[in-house]
Design a binder for this molecule. Structure first.
Ligand SMILES: Nc1ncnc2c1ncn2[C@@H]1O[C@H](COP(=O)(O)OP(=O)(O)O)[C@@H](O)[C@H]1O
Ligand SMILES: [Mg+2]
Length: 481
């Protein structure tokens, strides 16, 4: 549905709230609301070249002129460094997500935190290109009341300190407790405030079926993130301590339940462990490529252990990237700590952002085409059923390459011609087109991990092979967790 459509009906409330189905319909919904059967089309390699330009998500306040331009103008690195210098939140980091293949509804892309493995509609995906916003535009959340997962009956209060992050689907804030608190970990917490699609918040230009579809996707995805986070317990994985409304824990359809009460979309604030070092993208870029290999080895090994924990527990992350790896301490402090015993005793990172994660059966393949443009594996791009564990290890290869080379592997190469520069990142990914530059003549153990992960899936290393590689093994063996 086009947001410009002046004829578009307002959302009839009944359509949203009737709670009829948990999952969206099984066909393509056309503009006038008719349902057509799904057509199954497995795209061939050739069709990858004709993939539409990846969509961009532009947070409020930044208007990009075109998707292509948007990708180029704030291609992560410069922004992150600048933001780190100015101690401001990266507001205009443009994050690319995938775009649905035309007429390939079953191998679709979801760019919302609302990944469904089964079906979608072209219209729905288009709506995902619009801005996601917080429920309230006014800053009314100076004091937050929250409930710990293990004490849902006892409210606790925190005061907002500042915004510390912004992602595709949320704004993240630092809060400080105002009540005397027994557990020191709860004194400073990070609060992840979910953004909703603008058309849902303002209830405009959305037909009832789409609104219902969107809402139930949002709901199932939110519930999934919360329930998986609740089930995880590993030092290097972000912890969910509490929530602003117990209904998000107790109900299977929290958004609909809360909307029935208040007739508007409710805030969803996840109260989580705080990582004072911020995310690894900002931290690494602030070093201008001078991050020592030994520090990369320490951080990457811990990340591998976190992903191994997930895979061992049948969870795939599906959005592994530098922005989603958080540092427990500022990078300078970590570097200074190198000779202290804490360096190998304490976790230095926390893996965050479980908005696209999924619990899977051993051997189960996924179909939802989701992830972030620079980190997505060729098989996801091509829309064929994929092994989520292998897509995660691909993304680990992208992360390691990024840390070692100070650029992402599928960015245009440093010596690129104008023509190469104009080619989409997805084009290079689909052709496994990456090369060493800085490390070209270096003999480094780390390189074999990249070589065995940024490769076709039949040859790609699984997490256990990365764990046992010489670059990771000795460090991982020394960690007490
Ligand atoms: N616990 C935290 N401590 C410090 N910064 C955080 C924390 N959680 C998130 N952030 C910052 O906020 C950004 C967005 O958070 P994330 O959970 O990735 O949300 P999204 O799903 O919107 O991408 C992160 O990239 C990071 O910069
Ligand atoms: Mg994120």
């Amino acid at each position: 549905m086009s947001e410009e459509d002046p004829q578009a009906p307002r959302i009839p409330q009944k359509g949203i709230f009737d709670g009829e189905s948990e999952s969206p319909g099984s066909g393509n919904v056309t503009k006038n609301g008719q349902v057509t059967p799904l057509s199954l089309m497995i795209p061939t390699f050739e069709s990858v070249q004709t993939l539409p330009t990846p969509m961009t998500y532009t947070p409020p306040g930044h208007s990009a002129k075109s998707p292509r331009q948007a990708l180029v103008i704030s291609k992560r690195r410069g922004d992150a460094v600048q933001a780190a210098k100015e101690d401001v939140v990266v507001q205009h980091r443009v994050v690319s997500e995938l775009f649905p293949l035309p007429e390939a509804a079953q191998q679709r892309v979801s760019s919302l935190p609302t990944v469904s493995e089964s079906s979608s509609t072209a219209d729905f995906s288009l709506s995902a290109r619009n801005d996601l916003i917080e429920v309230d535009t006014v800053d009314d959340q100076e004091i937050l009341t929250g409930y710990m997962l293990n004490r849902l009956d006892v409210p606790m209060r925190w005061k907002k300190v500042k915004q510390i992050g912004s992602g595709n689907f949320s704004n993240v804030f630092l809060y400080e407790s105002v009540d005397p608190i027994a557990d020191p970990r709860l004194k400073l917490v990070s609060v992840k405030r979910i953004k909703y699609p603008e058309e849902l918040v303002n209830r405009r230009a959305l037909n009832p079926q789409l609104a219902k579809d969107l809402l139930s996707r949002l709901e199932s995805s939110l519930s999934r993130e919360i329930s998986i986070l609740k089930s995880l317990d590993y030092p290097s994985i972000v912890k969910l301590y509490g929530i602003n409304n117990p209904v998000f824990i107790t109900s299977k359809k929290p958004l609909r339940d809360l909307m029935l009460r208040e007739d508007k979309l409710p805030h969803c604030d996840m109260i989580m462990s705080y990582c004072s070092g911020g995310d690894l993208l900002v931290a690494a870029t602030s070093c201008n490529g001078k991050l020592e290999v030994s520090v990369i080895q320490r951080l990457f090994s811990e990340l591998v252990m976190a992903v191994k924990y997930l895979h061992d527990n049948n969870v795939i992350h599906r959005d592994l990237k530098l922005e989603n790896v958080l540092l427990k301490f500022p990078l300078d402090a970590i570097i200074d700590m190198k000779d202290s015993p804490v360096y190998l005793k304490h976790n230095l990172i926390e893996l965050a952002d479980f908005g696209l994660c999924k619990k899977i059966e051993p051997g189960e393949l996924c179909t939802a085409r989701c992830g972030s443009e620079d980190y997505v594996s060729p098989e996801i791009l091509m829309g064929i059923p994929y092994d989520g564990r292998l897509s995660d290890t691909w993304a680990l290869g992208v992360i390691l390459f990024g840390l070692l080379e100070d650029r992402l592997p599928f960015d245009p190469p440093p010596n690129a011609s104008a023509r190469q520069r104009n080619r989409a990142t997805s084009h290079r990914i689909a052709r496994y087109e990456w090369k060493w530059f800085r490390l070209l003549n270096e003999d480094l153990d780390a390189k074999e991990i990249v070589q065995h992960t940024l490769t076709r899936k039949s040859e790609r290393w699984r997490i256990d092979q990365i764990r046992e590689s010489s670059f990771v093994k000795s460090t991982a063996d020394a960690l007490p967790f």
